[in-house]
Design a protein around this ligand. Structure first.
Ligand SMILES: [Zn+2]
Length: 229
């Protein structure tokens, strides 16, 4: 902001000055009438023009002030709009890893699994940050799949408000505890290659219960929540 922007006290003074300026003009006008009768014309005229100049300057100041106030208001409105947009855009669901190569998909058959593949695999180097796909509460976190079985290695299960559970497996390092609340996109672990794993990757499931055997298609679930993988 420029120094020309007046504080309220200055504004009162400016208004007073403007009023005084008007008064001075009137008085000067009366003085001029007198001057025409033979008194000193020049000083009176000078006073009049000084008053007009003062008035003009005051008006310029007021105009600048109004302009500045308007600009300030626009900035405030814009800032509010940006904030509202930012709040609106906070995603409820995110990808569990940012950068990956999709490997085994849901229901895929193969020698690796006793039945069909129960999740979506994201091939990532060991140590890749793993994020909670959605907000929720950690209900399982530990080795042996957090209780689901040794094939999962170190694993986490999060309970979500919509009644679904997300599971993250083969982790190298678990960074949350059972009972902990997490936000969507919050880092919960580092990926790894623990358990029955053919190479470094994140195994990701969406379940209808906390336990093994209740998995649904995680890619379809994410897609239905606006997250393409
Ligand atoms: Zn898998």
């Amino acid at each position: 902001m420029s120094k020309r922007v007046m504080n309220p006290a200055t504004r009162v003074a400016a208004v007073a000055l403007a009023t005084a300026g008007l008064g001075a003009s009137l008085v000067a006008g009366a003085g001029s009438a007198f001057a025409a009768e033979g008194k000193a014309v020049v000083p009176t005229a000078a006073t009049a023009s000084a008053a007009v100049a003062a008035q003009a300057e005051t008006q310029a100041h007021l105009a600048a002030q109004v302009k500045a106030a308007a600009a300030k208001k626009t900035v405030a409105v814009k800032a509010t709009a940006v904030k509202a947009t930012a709040t609106k855009k906070a995603p409820a669901w995110v990808k569990p890893v940012s950068s990956y190569t999709l490997s085994a998909s849901f229901n895929q058959g193969g020698a690796m699994w006793a039945h069909k593949h129960s999740g979506q695999d994201f091939a990532v180097p060991v140590g890749t940050p793993v994020k909670a796909a959605g907000a929720g509460t950690v209900v399982k976190a530990g080795p042996y799949g957090g209780g689901d079985g040794p094939a999962y290695g170190n694993a986490i299960v999060i309970k979500h408000a919509n009644g679904k559970y997300s599971q993250y497996a083969h982790l190298s390092k678990i960074q949350v505890k059972i009972g902990q609340k997490v936000g969507a996109g919050q880092r919960i672990a580092l990926s790894g290659n623990t358990g029955n794993s053919s190479g470094p990757h994140l195994h990701f499931e969406i379940r209808t219960t906390p336990n093994y055997g209740s998995a649904v298609n995680p890619a379809a679930f994410l897609r239905a929540h606006g997250v393409g993988i």
